[in-house]
Ligand binder design. Structure first.
Ligand SMILES: [Zn+2]
Length: 234
């Protein structure tokens, strides 16, 4: 993390939002893109059709423009230092999703598959969740992260319809029995928020929520960094 942040300072990196080179960067973005990201306000989003069991979803912004480019740079091009600004955006989504109750929150990141973890040099959603929790704690809001579920290698879901997607998503996760009791204890007295980077169909969030609910972990909401277009704002 520190090395990646230093690399952004000493290497001629491009702006993660617009690709501009030879411009001053702050947290990986030029002034215009940083301002665009700062201007985002979390809002409730709902995939249409929403899969059964999908919790209330809050996203920091639409998956477009500098936000989309920054997420791609972070996920696909190894700009790990972008976890800081993206994690801060996720923290704002969590704050909205948790309803401003100021109850302590427990973030449960959607687990990455082993292949994604290898390709992306770590679990990119877990890293964002850790960043978001840190941002919230700095603001005086108790926040912790738990990962009681792991992801199995998943087949290509591109050509599946929504019902088939739901079945595939439900088969994609396994509980981690060794971590479960601790997570159930941690969830008591906290608002549990499932977190992911992007929501598209919502089938992954619904499947993870259902699995946690069956394990006596009551999910309150889902918080995302971005929602793909074709969402219906409420
Ligand atoms: Zn830019």
């Amino acid at each position: 993390m520190v090395l990646a942040a230093l690399a952004d300072l000493v290497l001629p990196a491009e702006c993660a939002g617009c690709g501009s080179a030879h411009v001053p960067l702050r947290q990986g973005a030029c002034a215009a893109c940083a301002a665009a990201l700062r201007a985002l306000r979390p809002r409730v989003v709902r995939p249409d059709p929403a899969p059964p069991g999908l919790p209330a979803c809050v996203a920091a912004g639409e998956y477009a423009g500098p936000l989309r480019e920054a997420l791609l740079a972070y996920k696909e091009r190894g700009r790990v230092s972008l976890a800081a600004p993206l994690g801060a955006l996720l923290a704002e989504s969590v704050a909205t999703a948790a309803g401003g109750t100021r109850r302590p929150v427990l973030l449960v990141p959607v687990p990455s598959t082993p292949a994604a973890i290898r390709a992306r040099h770590g679990d990119h959603v877990r890293r964002l969740a850790d960043r978001a929790a840190r941002t919230l704690r700095r603001a005086g809001w108790p926040a912790a992260v738990a990962q009681p579920v792991r992801a199995l290698p998943k087949p290509d879901a591109t050509h599946l319809d929504s019902a088939q997607r739901a079945i595939a998503a439900a088969a994609a996760f396994r509980l981690r029995p060794a971590r479960l009791p601790r997570t159930v204890r941690a969830a008591a007295g906290r608002t549990v928020v499932v977190v992911d980077d992007i929501v598209t169909t919502g089938s992954t969030l619904a499947a993870l929520t259902a699995m946690l609910m069956r394990a006596d972990i009551a999910v309150e909401a889902a918080a995302l960094i971005a929602a793909t277009r074709k969402r219906h704002p409420q």
